[in-house]
Design a protein around this ligand. Structure first.
Ligand code: MIG
Length: 823
């Protein structure tokens, strides 16, 4: 398989690039032959002639074109270009709000430049050639235009192709951009964002299902981000055309981007999340194990699968119904033959602790006897072509029409359609095919019109947000209908900001070891692209995994925020027991681990929601200054304190694992490591490399078969000794309501301090929630001394145990303030 980035090397950057807009169904590889035509027609900004200022906004003009530069916060600067001097209406589906933290904006000018400064960033505009660059407060260059911004008229549709081209140094690397199935470091790649249904996608295939026009540049240990908020088909080139250039451009819309300052990569991601929002707290059950299949039917089969989980004592919270539960694939209906009594079925599943998630696609069957079609038709809710014909296309139900989810009225209508499903007992909604996918043609033709929240546009403009607006309609509908209960949604397509409404999965992957590696990379990439709540089809959607591959995938899945096994209907059975022993037992052990770690994962989610920290954090984000880390893509940090390295190859007995600087403990053996280098770790099939940061307090719960199986009597707090102070967070709330947004939550911080003869654990509590359990069971590892005394809030605790490995155990009240363990 050829990586077409090489072919792209040959293209002269100043020639117009043309490509076919749509991928044929089934077409696999970085498809669209790129044809070069015609002479240069691009117009570049010329020298700056004048400017006006308006508070924190500055508009510069070359006489015709205008550029607006706005200070969004001390660390975020927005740039917009109007080729003919008129800006488009300012509207964005991605932006959730501005951080509003502007300390002081200064404006200065000399012979050659204008300079807009905040305490953190300078934006410099050269007068002679209109080049824009960004430096930090020490005047260190972070990001600079290589050429003036430019544009090219689109005669057919109106508007402009818009281009921005940046200097790229030979030490600069690139990250993020959503779901690309390629190396983690994007330097040397040219990529396109155009949501595409890509069944059995291949490594390097581009584009896939989601469009996240946000990337991170990392140069000499310093990071910045560019968020190109443009919903048209966008293009990114990271030193492909020219080794000293990175560029981004779009087939339409405004050249509108945010420069996001770091210098830490974590800061860039946090600030991107401040702009585009984070996930809400998911219902706790959604962090459990999910079992999916295309499709489980009839109802007896669904019950049998669910019951087998219980019989075999393999924890599971959710089971999915794929398209066959519907009547002729009509959304919001039930197949009478396979599911004659859906309410009873869902009730029975609920009785044994199962939540049920059902699929809903965007295509609505053209059928005048079908209420959803009738309502949509009579209210004029379906998409139309340029000359007002309906947009019709074939998907699962046959001939379909498609709601225009970019119309707020349509979203509202769509939201209420879930009423009956919820009354029947459905707990979550799975949105598929929302790129949107159409059989044969791939997607809608370009001329289809959309409301775009009253900012009107053709499908060229609305395509990349269609799926996001569908799942938004779904999420908002569920939220209204369920009142105070948290909705659970999962979507395939999305645009920046989709995380506010949904979790995502990476689409139709393949049961190969290469795909297991891609699964790991893609979740890390999505995570630093603002989408923490993501997962992959565990086991691979198409193709047949063997027991070993499936087991290794379950192990990785424990550490992906969404843990869902799924498979296509033409594959053999694919449940955790399908491969027999020893695989079944090992899968159970790892799914149990997921449940043990639930309080930890839930706390990591809180840190995402509240502090914009991604749940999964790649090594390069932890240690950007080490150049070799720019290429690491296997190991990652799961929350603050756990580092994992999945096993990604068959029949290996050990693998190299890099541990970042500081002390680490092997989760299984408690062996201590001093990080900052690689270690060879043994990897028998029933294990995987998991390390805990020294000084961490990891909260764990007793294994349950589903997240609310019983009330906890105590919570385990596992602490690993450290001489350096370390802070850990434990977050608790109702698990399924929005009360946390009214301060009904409990955030606990544990501060651990160790020395030669003592270990001190302090607890600080914030919030109004009271968990039901009363006690902590403390387990302390790695103590370098013999314990002679344990004090809890100054009082001696006589009851404790020490095992032969010097592991200390004792109980305390959940309200303790200070524990002292003394030699
Ligand atoms: O055309 O609903 O990615 O997860 O099982 C295939 C059937 C449609 C594609 C999804 C997959 C799902 C399947 N769907």
């Amino acid at each position: 398989m050829e990586n077409l980035t090489n072919i792209n090397n040959l293209i002269d950057p100043d020639l117009k690039l043309k490509e076919n807009q749509h991928t044929e169904e089934g077409e696999k590889f970085l498809n669209n032959p790129i044809v070069t035509v015609g002479p240069v027609t691009k117009q570049y900004l010329r020298s700056v002639k004048s400017y006006v200022t308006d508070g924190n906004r500055f508009v510069f003009s070359d006489g015709v074109s205008k550029v607006q530069i706005s200070v969004i916060s001390d660390e975020i600067i927005r740039v917009r270009m109007a080729p003919q001097g008129t800006f488009l209406a300012d509207f964005s589906y991605a932006i959730n709000g501005y951080p509003h933290k502007i300390t002081l904006v200064k404006f200065a000018e000399d012979e050659n430049i204008y300079k807009i400064s905040t305490p953190k960033v300078n934006c410099i505009i050269t007068k002679a050639d209109f080049l824009i660059s960004f430096t930090d407060s020490n005047n260190h260059m972070m990001n600079a235009d290589a050429k003036a911004m430019h544009f090219e008229e689109n005669v057919q549709f109106g508007g402009y192709y818009v281009y921005c081209s940046k200097v790229c140094t030979n030490t600069e690397d690139f990250y993020a951009l959503g779901d690309k199935p390629t190396e983690f470091n994007l330097r040397g790649k040219r990529l396109v964002l155009w949501n595409t249904d890509t069944y059995a996608f291949a490594k390097n295939q581009d584009p896939l299902y989601r469009s996240i026009p946000f990337y991170i540049g990392l140069n000499e240990g310093k990071s910045y981000g560019i968020f190109f908020d443009n919903t048209f088909k966008t293009h990114f080139d990271f030193a492909v055309e020219l080794k000293d250039r990175s560029s981004f451009w779009s087939d339409g819309g405004e050249l509108n981007y945010y420069y996001i300052h770091g210098p830490e990569m974590m800061d860039v991601v946090k600030r991107y999340s401040q702009l585009t929002g984070t996930h809400q707290m998911p219902p706790m059950w959604a962090l459990g194990f999910h079992q999916c299949r295309w499709s489980y039917y009839p109802d007896s089969k669904v019950k049998e699968i669910a019951q087998t989980f219980r019989d075999k004592k393999i924890p599971c919270d959710a089971i999915y119904l794929d398209i066959d539960y519907m009547n002729g694939y009509r959304c919001f209906t039930w197949n009478q033959r396979y599911f004659p009594e859906p309410k009873k079925l869902l009730g029975d599943l609920k009785d044994i602790g199962f939540k049920t998630v059902v699929i809903i696609d965007p295509g609505i069957k053209v059928d005048d006897n079908y209420w959803v079609f009738k309502e949509g038709k009579s209210n004029n809710y379906f998409c139309r072509r340029s000359d007002d014909y309906f947009m019709e296309g074939n998907v699962w139900p046959g001939r379909c029409q498609f709601p225009d989810f970019t119309n707020p009225k349509v979203r509202d209508w769509w939201g209420w359609l879930f009423k009956e499903l919820l009354e029947t007992g459905v707990d979550g909604i799975w949105n598929d095919m929302n790129e949107p996918a159409v059989f044969g043609s791939g997607t809608f033709p370009d001329d289809v019109r959309h409301n775009f929240d009253h900012h009107r546009g053709s499908h060229r403009k609305a395509h990349n947000v269609y799926g996001m607006q569908m799942v938004r309609a779904t999420y908002e509908g569920l939220k209204k209908l369920q009142k105070n209960k948290r909705p659970f949604t999962i979507t395939r397509a999305g645009y920046s900001g989709v995380q506010r409404y949904s979790s995502v999965w990476t689409g139709d992957n393949v049961a190969t070891w290469e795909h297991l590696k891609l699964a790991n990379i893609m979740c890390q990439r999505l995570s630093i692209s603002g989408i923490s709540f993501c997962g992959t089809d565990i086991g691979g959607f198409t193709g047949e995994p063997d027991g070993e591959l499936f087991t290794r995938w379950i192990q990785l899945g424990v550490f992906t925020p969404l843990m869902r096994a799924h498979s296509a209907g033409d594959t053999r059975e694919r449940e955790p027991w399908s491969f027999g022993e020893p695989f079944e037992g090992i899968c159970r052990k790892f799914i149990e681990l997921r449940y043990k770690l639930m309080p930890y994962l839930y706390s990591a989610f809180w840190q995402h929601y509240k502090y914009q920290l991604p749940v999964v954090r790649p090594i390069v984000m932890l240690e950007s200054h080490e150049h070799i880390n720019h290429y690491r893509e296997d190991e990652f940090s799961f929350g603050d304190n756990i580092l994992v390295c999945p096993v990604l190859q068959p029949s290996i007995h050990n693998r190299k694992v890099y541990l970042p600087q500081g002390a680490w403990y092997d989760y299984w053996t408690n062996q201590k490591y001093s990080g900052g280098k690689e270690f060879v770790i043994s990897t028998p099939l029933d294990s995987m490399p998991i390390f805990v940061k020294a000084g961490a307090v990891i909260p764990e719960m007793e294994v349950m078969q589903y997240t609310d199986e019983f009330e906890l009597e105590e919570l385990f707090l596992k602490t690993w000794f450290s001489v350096h102070p370390v802070k850990s967070v434990l977050y608790e709330d109702h698990g399924d309501t929005f009360a946390y947004q009214q301060d009904i939550f409990l955030e606990k911080t544990f501060n651990v301090f160790g020395s030669n003869g003592s270990l001190i654990i302090e607890q600080v509590m914030d919030g109004l929630y009271t968990p039901r359990y009363e006690k902590y069971r403390h387990i302390i590892y790695g103590l370098p001394f013999k314990v002679s005394k344990v004090l809890i809030d100054g009082k001696e605790q006589k009851k404790y145990s020490l095992d032969t490995r010097n592991v200390l155990e004792f109980s305390s009240s959940k309200k303790f303030k200070k524990i002292e363990i003394l030699a």
